[in-house]
Structures are given as C-alpha cells and as structure tokens.
Design a protein around this ligand. Sequence first.
Ligand SMILES: Cc1cc2nc3c(=O)[nH]c(=O)nc-3n(C[C@H](O)[C@H](O)[C@H](O)COP(=O)(O)OP(=O)(O)OC[C@H]3O[C@@H](n4cnc5c(N)ncnc54)[C@H](O)[C@@H]3O)c2cc1C
Length: 473
Amino acid sequence: MRIAIVGAGLAGLTTAYELRQAQSGHDVHVDVFEASDRIGGKLFTVPFNDGPVDLGAEAFLARREDALEFFADLGLEQSLVEPSGKSSLVYSADTLDNLPRGGVMGIPSSSAPITHLISADTAARIDAEKDAEAIDWTPGEDRSIGKLVRERYGDEVVDRVVSSLLGGVYSCLADDLGIRATVPQLAEALDGLAEAGEKVTLSGAVSKIEQSRPAPTDGPSKPVFNAFSGGYAELYETLAEKSEADIHLDTFVSGISFDTKTQQYTITGQGIPGDTEPYDRVVVATPAPTTARLLAKVAPEAAEALRPVKLASSAVVGLKFDSDEGLPDASGVLIAADQPGVHAKAFTFSSKKWPHIKDRIGQGALIRVSFGRFGDDSLAREEEDTLVDYALDDLLTITGFDARAAGVSEIYTQRWFGGLPRFDEHHLATVATVREKITAQPGLEVTGAWAGGVGVPAVIADARAAANRILSS
Ligand SMILES: Cc1cc2nc3c(=O)[nH]c(=O)nc-3n(C[C@H](O)[C@H](O)[C@H](O)COP(=O)(O)OP(=O)(O)OC[C@H]3O[C@@H](n4cnc5c(N)ncnc54)[C@H](O)[C@@H]3O)c2cc1C
C-alpha cells in the first residue's frame, strides 16, 4: 500500500510514525511531502551557543498520560524535563503582578483574585453577577468567550486578564475564541447548570469548576508542563527517523486528484518527480487554509466547510543576555492587550523557567519574547532590528530589567505566518462537518492542529487516530 502524507509538521510526522507502528500485515510505503526546507513545522529548535532552545512550541501539558506514554515508546522518556515552578506574572493596568489564582483561564468566581487588576466598579459588578438575569444558555452551544465575559463582568476582565491568558495559548483575543472550543470545562459547567434547571451565571459555572477540583495534597505536586531537554528537535527528528518514511523537503503540494476507476490518488506540485506512482491513501496534515485548498477537488464539501478557519500570525525573538541581574525571579510575563506603547504579548524567562537551560548558561539570561495576535500581522512582518528594539524596550518598561545594559550576545527570530488556527465559537461545528464530509471519500484523511486542538498532545492524538483510520479504511 502506498500512502502520501502532505506536511512534515508534528501531525504529519506522527501520522508517518504511527503508520509504521500499526502497519502489521500491510506492506506500507509512506512518502511525506514538505513544502519547506526542514521538518517540524511549528516545532523548531535553534542552536544557541549554550545549547538548543525552542522558538515555536516549548512545552506540553504533562497531564496528558497518552503523550507521556507516546514519548516513552519513542525512547524519549529520559529527555523530559520539568520546569522550576517559579510563578508567572501578568502585566496589566501598568502593574506587574502574580497571575490570579483560582478561576478558569483568568475568569474568577468572585472579584477577590483579581481586585488588583480591575477598578472598584468592575469588582462590584463581578460580585453582583450571581444576582443578574440568568444567561440564556442552551446545553451544547458555543459562543465567544470574550463576549460572554464582557456582558457579565465588563471589559476590564477581558482586556486585562482573560485575553492575556488565552492569548498566550491561541494568539487571539478572547473575543475571537469560543468557550467550548478553548475552555471546554467552562462550557460543560454552563451546560450542567442549565440541565439541572439551576440559574445559569458565569460566577456559578466558575465556582462549580473550582469546587470540583481535588484539594491540594501535601508534598510536591507534579508540574503541569514538561519539555524536552534538547528541545522539540528531539521529538521531530526521532519521529522522522523511526517512521522510516521517505521525507521529501522543498516539495510544495498544490493539488490532489482521485481516479474513480483505479481508486488511487495523484499528488501534484513543485518538486514532486513526474514519475511518482499514484497513492492508495492520502493524509493531509497542513494548516486549515492549505488543507481546504488541497481538498477542493477530492472532497469539495469538506473544503468548503474548512475555508472559514483563519490563522493567527506571530513572531518569537529568542535573546541571550550575559547577565540576568534585575530580571524578575519568575517564569515569565503575560501582557494585557490594552497596554499602550507595549508591543510584546508575552515574555518567557526560559533560563528562570527551565533549570536545564539555567544550568547551561550560568549567569546569563535566555528570554523568549512573543509578538502578534489574530487579525494583525504587522508585528510578525517587522524587521528583526525593530522587533529586538521593541523587546528590549518592553522588558525595561514592564520588568525594570535593563536588557541593553545586560548585553545581548545572541538573537534568533522566527516568524510564524499563519501560526495557530483561530478556535472561534463555530470551530467545533466546522471540524465535525469536515470530518463527516471526509468519510465519504475513501482513503482520504485530514489531521493537524486545527482538527483536534493546538496543544502538542492533542495534535499527536489526532494524528495517531487519523493513521489508524486510514489503515483500516
Ligand atoms: C509560537 C508558537 C508557540 C507554541 N507553543 C506551544 C507550546 O508551548 N505547547 C504546545 O503544546 N503547543 C504549542 N504550540 C502549538 C503547536 O506547536 C502546534 O499546534 C503544532 O506544532 C502544529 O502541528 P501541525 O503538524 O498541525 O502543523 P504545522 O506545524 O503547521 O505543520 C504543517 C506542515 O505542513 C507544511 N505545509 C504547508 N503547506 C504545504 C504544502 N502545500 N505542501 C507541503 N507541505 C506543506 C508546513 O511547511 C508545515 O511543516 C505553539 C505554536 C506556536 C506557533
């Protein structure tokens, strides 16, 4: 059986590896076509002099046992590292403070955790929300998380807290994201109140989530996130090697067609040898707009459904400083969207957050500065010098760390045009429609961050499922 995979990002490489693992009884040949000159997609590890550092994804949710098992199967268990546990900060209303505790994604059940970030009027409004008219909520529905929080708690909570937290994951403001699509436990809590015939309020739903959390136990708790000591290159290089697939770089796929007589697929594009034989199966593992274009001939209804999914662009600048004197003793800073004169959206103090990086660089500091949100590509397009100036200015304004005086010794800049799919309130319905329409086309599968979730464990799980479906189709 000949299988083509389009895209050598995490989804495509995981699919290739899973096909190799699950192929028992099949003689499978896998070709992976990748448009760029490297594998990994949004996983990208760069070689700072003191060791590898990620400029795309840098961590993963370690509560996902399926991901931990997958990494162990790949032989990467020993490469996993834990963070220092230093707290994260938020910069909002010109003030640098600890991230609010409790609540869900910065949405509190009362004003108490965020009073330092909001006005007295907003605090009073949050505390009175339980007495306001009930939310008209239909179980199973989705709607904009920013819109709901604005309606119930007011603009400050969205602009100063919720968008900073969600923006750190999705590169979008809260207004552009769906509740169920991004914070499913909140949607489920709202469902629960509505189904039980209780009054549906935001504070009620958040306190329901808080009450359901296990009480903290004595002793050290397991960290929420892990990373790879050698960066994500360890993962994407291992997947590529163990998949035993033929990976074709600099190969831009522009079309997929299906011969109804032979039931086989032909892949066309730049860099694909003309004598390439047809394929029995195809897995498209590219970002949503590309996937929509590639499905146009073979699954036009799925393509049409997928077309509205938009992407958010961003840029990450990695900076090595000779000294970390004056840098806050924290993992990083999330920056509120409404801070005038500030360009960055987040700092990751990698040498504070990750002990393995600190051990390598000694007295120095390694900082990642992230820019850009959905709907505005301008920062992702800025010259590197300008981005570095913004980064150094913002570090001084927000943290007091005089990055210029600390001495910049290395800089890496990575732009992520179309970095992350926007998970808006229509997204889950869109994915369900695409999946349903795809099943009508034999031997065709789609996977990727847009399909099963943007986090690394979610992308892996979706790709593995796609590989297993395609083998049994
Ligand atoms: C800046 C940033 C930080 C992140 N941080 C984290 C994090 O800390 N933790 C976490 O869990 N997740 C994080 N993520 C999310 C995670 O990295 C992504 O969701 C995941 O890597 C996406 O993998 P993918 O394979 O679906 O897509 P991609 O990585 O986009 O891979 C798609 C591949 O397809 C190729 N391609 C596109 N078009 C074509 C074509 N026509 N022909 C051939 N090939 C094509 C592309 O070149 C690319 O290599 C982050 C993402 C970004 C952008």
